[in-house]
Design a protein. Structure first.
Length: 594
């Protein structure tokens, strides 16, 4: 027999120097996110027996799979380790959390403790991050007790993650208690609190914390600025966002992809899409976060084809899309009426990109069919879905049924939505709208009676506009503003002028059995019109009017805004709870499709 290897004989495990070289190659695959090369390398290690013989290499494999987002393979690599050590457990918990496998990460942390392995601050912090993502305060409190028992709660890294976890679970008082006990607070600790305030809607508290941080000599980092800018974006506070933008420039972080992406998002949410595009091009290196931000801006503003072009540029440059990318892309197609293009993107998720669609992606398709009036196809799609629609999906369908007057499907959507969100007052309002669109006033009365008996109140509509360094809030038929007389006078003049230009009130949007004259009066004093009238008498003619609204703009107000932009020669931007509408010279950017 020759000197060659016998068939089936395993190669000799590598020596120490070779192990180090292999570990470096595995690390390289993880850093590059090269899952294909990482799997090929793993296969060779299994054939040589190195994967089973070296816990050191197995730990690197776990980390590599986690960084590539393959949580299942990371767990399998861990299961193959004959004698997992502290590093193995830490790599598994941290890797699963990093891969967004949050519940499996917590299960692994519990298994680690049952195995008698005392977790490090890194494993504990990863578990806290998983709890924060799940927003599970009970599990968070349990981990807090574990941290105290291990004496790790005083560690700055752990304490910062505890504060972050409590704030993301909405328990700001608990977060503050943890934060106040820290003897030394670095930028990470301050950012955890600032981010918590901002995400929970307490932007003023976030601003005060940001100022305190700087007074104490702690310099904000890219994550601090991103948290503050995100807070401004959530509330569309343009002036504060511009001030933060200036500070970002001073600290030379303007080219940072993370900060730049949040600025792109902030200007987009404030209605200034041109600035979003400008900042996107100023980012030095476009990561998936940056691409997701600009695609989402296009989606919010109804620029579906531009969103598709951006997606094509993203993938052509080797940037891998993720779940968030496709939510934004499908939303863009939905808001622009690009049904065929949206379906093509949806089916490419799994076929071309290996991404399994989730409930939010299915809901986008339901919304897309509904907006296009293709309700039969929406119903068929729901029947063939592998999962049941979530609340957003049923709500989208109910809204479409209201617009199209589809009683049967509207009732089905309402029934399913009530199971998921029994406290959602908008369900009854939308259902009564379906009946009103068909002129079935007895059914409208029945729904209204049910609402009264159940003490269900319609969510009031509010609009707000920033002027003279102050936010002014208006409700429908709200005359509490100090300038009420001037606003009322402006509204009356506007009503006369737009009627002269051809405006005809659309009373069909009101599910009330009233005379048309009474309906016209109600429509005339909707909150967004009051806000626009105030802005016209309060803001310079050179500034665009940006109105934010908590509900969807109605058909009649949408028509009126087009005429107002024409007779006043002003650009008006309305951000409702669905998207942006840019009114200019008698036209809207949505093309009357929303």
């Amino acid at each position: 027999m020759g000197k060659g290897k016998l068939r089936g004989q395993r190669a000799r495990p590598p020596d120490a120097a070779a192990v180090l070289r292999l570990a470096a190659r595995i690390q390289s695959c993880g850093r590059a996110g090269d899952l294909r090369r990482g799997r090929a390398l793993h296969a060779r290690l299994v054939l040589t027996g190195a994967a089973a013989a070296s816990t050191f290499l197995a730990n690197h494999l776990i980390t590599m799979y986690s960084r590539c987002g393959d949580a299942d393979s990371a767990a399998l690599a861990f299961a193959a380790v004959p004698r997992p050590n502290l590093v193995s457990w830490t790599a598994l918990v941290s890797g699963l959390a990093r891969s967004s496998a949050h519940r499996p990460a917590l299960d692994a942390f519990a298994a680690m403790r049952r195995a008698g392995v005392a977790p490090t601050e890194f494993a504990l912090s990863s578990a806290l991050g998983a709890v924060a993502a799940l927003s599970d305060p009970r599990a968070g409190a349990q981990l807090h007790r574990v941290a105290v028992g291990l004496g790790l709660d005083a560690e700055l890294f752990v304490a910062s993650n505890l504060a972050d976890m409590y704030s993301k679970c909405g328990l700001l008082a608990e977060a503050c208690r943890v934060f106040d006990k820290m003897p030394h607070k670095d930028a990470v600790a301050w950012t955890a609190m600032i981010d918590g305030y901002a995400k929970n809607g307490y932007l003023e508290s976030a601003i005060l914390a940001f100022r305190d941080m700087r007074r104490q000599g702690v310099e904000p980092n890219e994550f601090t600025f991103s948290s503050m800018i995100k807070g401004c974006a959530m509330q569309a506070l343009l002036e504060q966002g511009v001030q933060l933008h200036a500070q970002v420039i001073k600290t030379n972080l303007i080219g940072d992809s993370f900060v730049g992406s949040t600025l792109v998002d902030m200007y987009g949410k404030c209605g200034l899409i041109s600035l979003s595009l400008q900042l996107f091009h100023e980012i030095e290196y476009h990561t998936e976060i940056a691409w997701n931000a600009i695609i989402n801006v296009y989606a919010q503003h109804g620029h579906g084809r531009e969103a598709i072009k951006a997606f094509d540029r993203m993938t052509s440059r080797g940037i891998r899309p993720n779940n968030i990318t496709f939510v934004s892309l499908l939303t863009a197609c939905s808001h622009a009426g690009l049904v065929d293009e949206g379906l093509k993107c949806f089916y490419s998720m799994k076929d071309a990109h290996g991404i399994e669609p989730k409930e939010e992606h299915y809901s986008c398709i339901i919304d897309m069919y509904g907006r296009a009036g293709r309700l039969d196809e929406a119903e068929k799609f729901i029947g063939e879905m592998p999962i049941r629609p979530n609340a957003y999906g049923w709500c989208s369908l109910l809204g479409a049924c209201r617009m199209r007057g589809n009683k049967k499907l509207g009732e089905i959507a309402a029934q399913n939505l009530l199971k998921l969100e029994p406290g959602n007052t908008g369900i009854h309002v939308s259902l009564s709208g379906v009946y009103a669109s068909l002129g079935q006033w007895d059914d409208v009365k029945a729904v209204r009676k049910l609402m009264r008996n159940s003490r269900i109140k319609k969510l009031p509509g509010f609009s707000w506009v920033d002027a003279n360094k102050k936010t002014h809030v208006f409700g429908s038929e709200d005359w509490s503003h100090p300038q009420q007389e001037q606003i009322y006078e402006k509204l009356e003049k506007l009503s006369e002028r737009i009627k002269e230009e051809g405006y005809v009130p659309d009373t069909s949007s009101l599910p009330l059995n009233l005379e048309d004259s009474a309906k016209e009066r109600i429509l005339r004093y909707h909150s967004e019109r009051i806000a626009v009238a105030f802005a016209l008498i309060s803001m310079p003619a050179t500034k665009p009017i940006i109105v934010k609204k908590n509900l969807r703009i109605c058909l009649d107000c949408h028509s009126a805004m087009k005429f107002i932009s024409q007779v006043e020669s002003r650009d008006i931007i309305v951000r409702d709870n669905s998207r942006f509408h840019h009114f200019s010279e008698g036209r809207c950017s949505c093309g009357d499709y929303w």
